[in-house]
Ligand binder design. Structure first.
Ligand SMILES: Cc1cc2nc3c(=O)[nH]c(=O)nc-3n(C[C@H](O)[C@H](O)[C@H](O)COP(=O)(O)O)c2cc1C
Length: 163
């Protein structure tokens, strides 16, 4: 089936999501990051998650060869960070406040939570790779509010479910 890509994206945009920046390191141990909303939890025992990475992403080569990566769940104060790691900026980490985990992976202070993962498998998914990770550590340090994505734009959580 061939689809109108614009119409398909609009349909997908009806599903609201959070936003994460996936980080790892390249061969020279330099930081690598990409903004995604394709994060999904997969399994509790063992703890597993996945995300999908576009074959056009410059970070594909690094995620294909890395052993570990981090999921940084973004809070509402991290919109600029989301934009920066969704851009084709030459040096997206330049001037950005980040720390390194014990394994040396980039973490963004102020994130809602961090999941440190070991790459379990790479699966083909059309024009994306499906990257499956086993969670080997996690922290959810803050009570900040999430940055959301819906119908092609950022959204903030402004109501709480009552039941
Ligand atoms: C809200 C949002 C969600 C995104 N989700 C994904 C995603 O799940 N997978 C992906 O490959 N790209 C996703 N992108 C696009 C990438 O962030 C963007 O193409 C990429 O960072 C471009 O730089 P790169 O070539 O260095 O990866 C998303 C962008 C935004 C703004």
């Amino acid at each position: 089936m061939t689809v109108d890509t614009r119409a398909f994206r609009d349909a997908l945009g009806c599903f609201p999501t959070g936003i994460a920046i996936m980080t790892t390191v390249n061969e020279a141990n330099g930081p690598v990051g990409v903004t995604v909303n394709s994060f999904t939890s997969v399994s509790l025992r063992p703890p597993m998650i996945l995300f999908c990475l576009d074959h056009g992403s410059r970070s594909l080569v690094d995620f294909r060869r890395c052993r570990n990566f981090v999921v940084n769940f973004l809070s509402e104060s991290q919109r600029d960070l989301s934009n920066r790691f969704a851009s084709k900026a030459e040096k997206p980490f330049e001037g950005v406040d980040f720390e390194r985990s014990e394994r040396g992976l980039p973490l963004f202070p102020g994130s809602l939570a961090y999941l440190e993962c070991r790459v379990e498998a790479l699966h083909p998914g059309g024009d994306h790779d499906i990257i499956l990770g086993e969670v080997i550590g996690f922290k959810n340090p803050g009570n900040a509010r999430p940055l959301l994505f819906y119908r092609g734009g950022y959204r903030l959580l402004d109501t709480e479910a009552t039941a």
